[in-house]
Design a protein around this ligand. Structure first.
Ligand code: NAD
Length: 523
């Protein structure tokens, strides 16, 4: 059965999908993108992509065959020499066209995201917008790729360096940001002169496919961007394929450490952004209303399925008296299909995710936490009664030994802890293995300064709940939230997608011979 109100409006005319009928269902299938063409996979293995608000099938996504994946890599390999030869200014112009097309089609991309992933439409637009900012930054690639020069390091000798593309790069993406995370990857990589093979999350392939259509429309030549679909076999293929030089991964810790180990063993560069448990530290001198608003949005927005969601709140001293007001804010949030006007929280990605979240809430209760707000059995409109909804949930009196604290819940569940002092809060957070993001709420500059200095987390917000750096910086998660040597986007992103060649030249304007020297020169 075709799902949801969007299918007729947006999805049916897209080149990357076609109708597929079987004895069981009539659904679109999602194609592969190989060498500039959207092609139907010949595989016999397909996965259903379901609208999380209804569990109706949106599309079927193929587990691409080995031949198809090889064809995608070959296309990228063959396209590389000519793409590298395109002047950097012309590559920038294509990225600038792309930027304009994404901007123009933001509503369509957002609708695809809401249909496949579940988040609210305004949040889906934010997903596209934050990716678009990386594309905007990539428009300036010539400046970003500049090397270094020093003249006259010796008589007539100059040294200069170029940052050159690597060749074929690959990206493996998660379900929670269907547009932003692919846009962290391939636009900058191809702007630098690389060619690309993207494997989107098999749970949300549509946004990547539509972004690829727009890339082609923008002027990205055949073979420069290719898309394969699949799960573990596709990931293993990417890790093992000799032509692929670098892998960008975003997703769970289990997959990220595996891909980093397997990819680097095969001599590739790998950057892995992984799971998180992000803490807010709330001091009693913070602006109460603003802090509680920020905390509520950051804990429950996107149903907690953001790697930078504030999923643990550490109330210091008297700030713990604010917890009841936080609960009241959370209770008022509207939970329904993300396409419904005024929705605050859409569904979580799958029935399995919902089940896991329920289990972790119960584990919290069983292990001694206080359930102040229970989002299990949340009521949603009848039309969405089969969806994977979990309402905002607040657990307090949580301690670091509890499972609900130790695990990344990835749902709309806020665990509240208490600390007597700022030092105690910092110690608690630094003992947690994850280092993606954290935020402190305070009116004390001295407390904020101490926090930013002592906290062992890669991205820190001060009176700001979700401190995702803009693309002229890099996304700098740390500890168990990242493995690799160069972060995503910004200077580090360019670093990841390029290799430096350094030239030492000796141009003389005389014809004097200096004779043979067998010793190392001393300048
Ligand atoms: P996931 O790890 O299940 O899937 C991500 C990708 O890895 C998918 O393309 C999938 O096909 C592949 N994959 C999944 N399991 C695999 C395995 N065992 N071996 C090899 N490949 C595998 O992640 P998800 O559930 O799609 O995304 C949610 C996770 O991503 C959360 O842990 C979240 O914190 C994390 N995340 C991190 C960031 C960040 O920047 N740190 C950003 C977004 C999401």
């Amino acid at each position: 059965m075709l799902s949801s109100k969007f299918s007729n409006v947006v999805v049916s005319n897209l080149g990357f999908r076609s109708f597929h009928s079987s004895a069981f269902s009539l659904a679109h299938t999602t194609k592969l993108l190989i060498n500039g063409k959207f092609v139907e996979s010949k595989t016999k293995e397909w996965l259903d992509v379901r609208n999380p608000a209804t569990n109706e099938i949106v599309t079927k996504v193929p587990l691409a065959t080995q031949e198809e994946m090889k064809a995608a890599v070959d296309a990228a390999k063959n396209a590389f020499p000519a793409w590298r030869d395109v002047s950097v200014s012309n590559r920038s112009r294509i990225i600038a066209n792309y930027r304009a097309l994404i901007n123009k089609n933001m509503d369509k991309i957002a609708a695809i995201i809401t249909e496949e992933q579940g988040k609210t439409l305004p949040d889906a637009k934010g997903d596209v917008f934050r990716g678009l900012e990386v594309v905007e930054h990539a428009c300036n690639v010539a400046t970003l790729m500049m090397g270094e020069t020093v003249e006259n390091v010796s008589k007539n000798v100059d040294i200069y360096s170029y940052n050159q593309p690597l060749g074929v790069c690959a990206g493996i993406t998660p379900f929670n940001f269907p547009a932003m995370i692919p846009l962290w990857m391939f636009p900058l990589a191809i702007a630098c002169g690389n060619t690309y093979v993207l494997k989107p999350s098999e749970r949300v392939p549509g946004a990547s496919m539509y972004l690829a259509e727009l890339a082609i429309e923008a002027g990205v030549p055949a073979g420069v961007l290719n898309i394969i679909h699949g799960a573990r076999d596709a990931v293993n293929f990417i890790c093992d394929e000799p032509a692929i030089r670098a892998i960008s991964f975003v997703g769970s810790g289990e997959a990220g450490t595996y891909i980093h180990a397997r990819g680097t063993k095969n001599g590739k560069r790998v950057q892995s952004n992984m799971a998180a448990k992000n803490h807010a530290t709330i001091l009693p001198d913070a602006h109460k209303e603003r802090t509680l608003d920020a905390l509520t949005g950051a804990a429950f927005g996107a149903s907690g399925q953001r790697c930078m969601a504030l999923s643990a709140a550490v109330f210091v001293g008297d700030a713990q008296n604010w917890i009841p007001e936080l609960v009241e804010r959370a209770r008022k949030l509207k939970v329904t299909c993300g396409a419904v006007e005024g929705a605050d929280l859409g569904p979580v990605i799958s029935p399995q995710a919902k089940e896991r979240i329920h289990t972790l809430i119960q584990r919290g209760v069983d292990e001694g936490a206080t359930l102040l707000l229970d989002g299990r059995n949340v009521k949603v409109p009848e039309a969405y009664s089969k969806g994977n909804f979990v309402g905002p949930t607040v657990l307090s009196d949580v301690t670091p030994d509890m499972t609900c604290y130790k695990e990344e819940i990835f749902g709309p569940v806020l665990v509240c802890l208490k600390a007597a002092t700022l030092d105690d809060a910092i110690k608690l957070i630094n003992n947690n293995p994850y280092g993606n993001g954290t935020a402190i709420f305070t009116s004390s500059g001295a407390a904020a300064r101490k926090y930013q200095y002592e906290i062992d987390v890669g991205q820190v917000g001060i009176n700001l709940p979700i401190p995702v750096p803009l693309p002229f910086f890099s996304f700098t998660g740390s500890r168990a939230s990242f493995v690799g040597s160069s972060h995503f986007y910004g200077k580090q992103g360019v670093n990841f997608y390029t290799q430096t060649k350094t030239i030492t030249s000796n141009w003389r304007d005389d014809d004097i011979s200096t004779g043979v020297a067998t010793h190392m020169p001393i300048l």
